[in-house]
Design a protein around this ligand. Structure first.
Ligand code: AGP
Length: 368
């Protein structure tokens, strides 16, 4: 049956509101809520024996693999390589015989990702895919598939499929950690519990409305350039914020690792460039906050997304602070993905661009 917009103005708005359900449905596939243990299907490679894993994807799906790299390193102590599929397919990387590869795609039909899949297979790699469309070409050609349960995503800008990819990749990283003995049972229970709480936090965030969000959207809509900053697993979310804003509102945006700003982009900072900061509390909070303070000292106008613990310190210099529900730092990138999507959505509506079908873009890029 054809998918409708319901009472929403755009498919994207509807899909943003599906986050809680999609995250819950996806997590229940890979985590047993009763025992709080990861329950993965059989994988095409042995998590204990693999020396490293090669990730590849395009666009937002590639950004999901960049978040996953932090998770796999942290909990599974496994080296991860990730590269955009259009680069990987021509890079000729040395690959171990019988190595492990993981590809991520909403559509399962993206030409470059499919080409990377075929290349990796032809080089003797065992390919696992995370896809949203069952029976898509990537699902059929992979040695194993982990499905995201996001349902059809009509808006060209990926929203619920992206967070569902993160949910699968986080569960997979925890499963690897347990299999490899790098994660204690207590840690596994703590982190799976944190993951299982994400759908409720996503609902809370969508229902409560986000304080200064509309003011930030107005500032961003009036800007020519926007900088997104984050550290650690929030750095890829800064990239995602910039990608979403570009594709939906046609405003130039860049995502940067907060600590890298002083190596170049800080030269851009003045009152006309809003700085969107992703800065939840956690081990990297102080470092990120001090980078933001440096930007503020140079006239930068900081608009920060944080939690109740981080808000007081950021309020000392940030122009606007949006407080998200407090979560374990492990799951913070999943929760922070939602406000950056919402921001891009509101800016696009203010600018009057075609939210569901931005110019020059296709939902699935099936040509090279
Ligand atoms: C995201 O908002 C984009 N529209 C785009 O980057 C997308 O994620 C990319 O084209 C990959 O598509 P896929 O997940 O279907 O492979």
């Amino acid at each position: 049956a054809a998918v409708g917009k319901g009472n929403y103005r755009h498919f994207m708005e509807k899909e943003l509101h599906e986050h809680p359900v999609v995250l819950g449905d996806t997590l229940r596939q890979y985590i047993d809520p009763a025992s709080r243990a990861v329950a993965l299907p059989a994988l095409p490679f042995d998590p204990v024996a693999v020396p490293k894993i090669s990730f590849s994807a395009c666009g937002s799906a590639f950004i999901a693999t960049q978040v996953a790299r932090y998770w796999f390193e942290q909990v599974a102590r496994l080296p991860v390589d990730t590269d955009v599929a259009s680069e990987l397919r021509y890079r000729d990387p040395p690959l171990p015989e019988g190595g492990a590869a993981l590809l991520v795609s909403q559509s399962g039909e993206t030409a470059d990702t499919l080409a990377a899949l075929r290349l990796l297979k032809s080089r003797g790699q065992h390919v696992l895919s995370v896809v949203n469309v069952p029976e898509s070409t990537m699902d059929r050609e992979s040695d194993g598939t982990l499905l995201t349960v996001a349902g059809p995503e009509i808006g060209v800008a990926s929203t619920k499929a992206f967070t569902a990819q993160l949910a699968v990749l986080a569960s997979l990283a925890l499963g690897f950690g347990r299999a490899r003995g790098t994660l204690t049972a207590a840690e596994e229970a703590r982190l799976t519990a944190a993951l299982l709480e994400v759908p409720a936090h996503a609902a809370e965030l969508l229902e409560q409305g986000l304080g200064d969000m509309m003011e930030i959207a107005r500032e961003v809509a009036a800007a020519r350039d926007v900088l997104f900053l984050g550290r650690g697993s929030l750095y890829p979310i800064a990239l995602e914020g910039a990608l979403k804003l570009k594709e939906l509102s046609y405003i130039h945006a860049e995502g940067y690792a907060a600590g890298e700003m002083k190596h170049g982009p800080i030269a851009l900072i003045d009152a006309s460039v809003p700085v969107i900061a992703l800065c939840p509390s956690g081990p990297l909070f102080e470092k990120t906050a001090s980078n933001l303070q440096e930007a503020a000292a140079r006239g930068g106008r900081i608009m920060a997304f944080t939690d109740a613990e981080g808000a007081p310190a950021l309020r000392r210099f940030a122009e606007r602070v949006v407080v998200l529900p407090s979560v374990d730092p492990f799951v913070a990138p999943i929760l922070h993905a939602i406000p950056v999507q919402l921001l891009a959505y509101h800016v696009a509506v203010l600018k009057g661009t075609d939210v569901d079908q931005p110019r020059n873009l296709a939902k699935a890029v099936t040509v090279e």
